[in-house]
Design a protein around this ligand. Structure first.
Ligand code: ITT
Length: 190
């Protein structure tokens, strides 16, 4: 099986490649621009994005929409994570969290997959907390300020280790389970 990963983010593409290759699925990175609707639900962003890509004639592809939800900031930046990363960045988030004792946060990712015109979606969640400062050089986006184990940030662990515990890694494994049951149901139908 071969799937296209549609994203403008090379870090995401690398994580999909590692996670899916591991499970025997070939991956091709495509950076096709499409309109991303701004709504309060990650899944809605994904479904609308998939419709936009299908209308461009694309099939057998994956997209994801991810957000960092910080407890003390009432789930901000959440669905606005991309905009917030581009504007105030990690330093801005740390500033908003100054003197805040409740550091709880979670990453949520909704992955959408078009398989022969069918829509499959899954959601992966990773609970953790926001560090006091930026740490590490691996990964991308919010990785330097997010820790899942309270010891190292996602920017201080390898991509492989991140995939074992992260929102995206969990989502990838859920997606592969769904794809397998979809494909065996399809074989039974034919
Ligand atoms: P595409 O929409 O083109 O896939 P994007 O980077 O804009 O790329 P998202 O909207 O899903 O993707 O991501 C929202 C923000 O969250 C963005 O700034 C990302 O860098 C960041 N982000 C996404 N996944 C992340 C992860 O696993 N670790 C750290 N930051 C992440």
């Amino acid at each position: 099986m071969k799937l296209k990963i549609v994203t403008s983010n090379p870090g995401k593409a690398a994580e999909f490649r590692e996670g899916l290759n591991h499970l025997g699925i070939e991956v091709e990175h495509c950076s096709i621009a499409y309109d991303e609707v701004q709504t309060s639900e990650l899944e809605e962003v994904v479904i609308k994005g998939m419709e936009a890509l299908r209308s461009k004639g694309l099939s057998n592809f994956i997209i994801d929409d991810t957000g960092l939800f910080i407890d003390a900031l009432k789930d901000f930046p959440g669905v606005w994570s991309a905009y917030v990363q581009k504007t105030i960045g990690n330093k801005g988030i740390l500033k908003l969290m100054e003197n805040e004792e409740n550091r709880k946060a979670e990453f949520r990712t909704c992955i959408g997959c078009d398989m022969d015109g069918e829509t499959l979606t899954v959601t992966g969640v990773c609970k953790g907390s926001i560090t006091q400062s930026e740490q590490g050089t691996e990964g991308f986006g919010y990785d330097p300020i997010f820790t899942h184990d309270g010891k190292r940030t996602f920017a201080e662990i390898s991509l492989e280790e991140k995939n074992e515990v992260s929102h995206r890694g969990k989502g990838i494994r859920l997606l592969v389970e769904k794809l397998e049951s979809f494909r065996s149901a399809e074989t039974e139908r034919n």
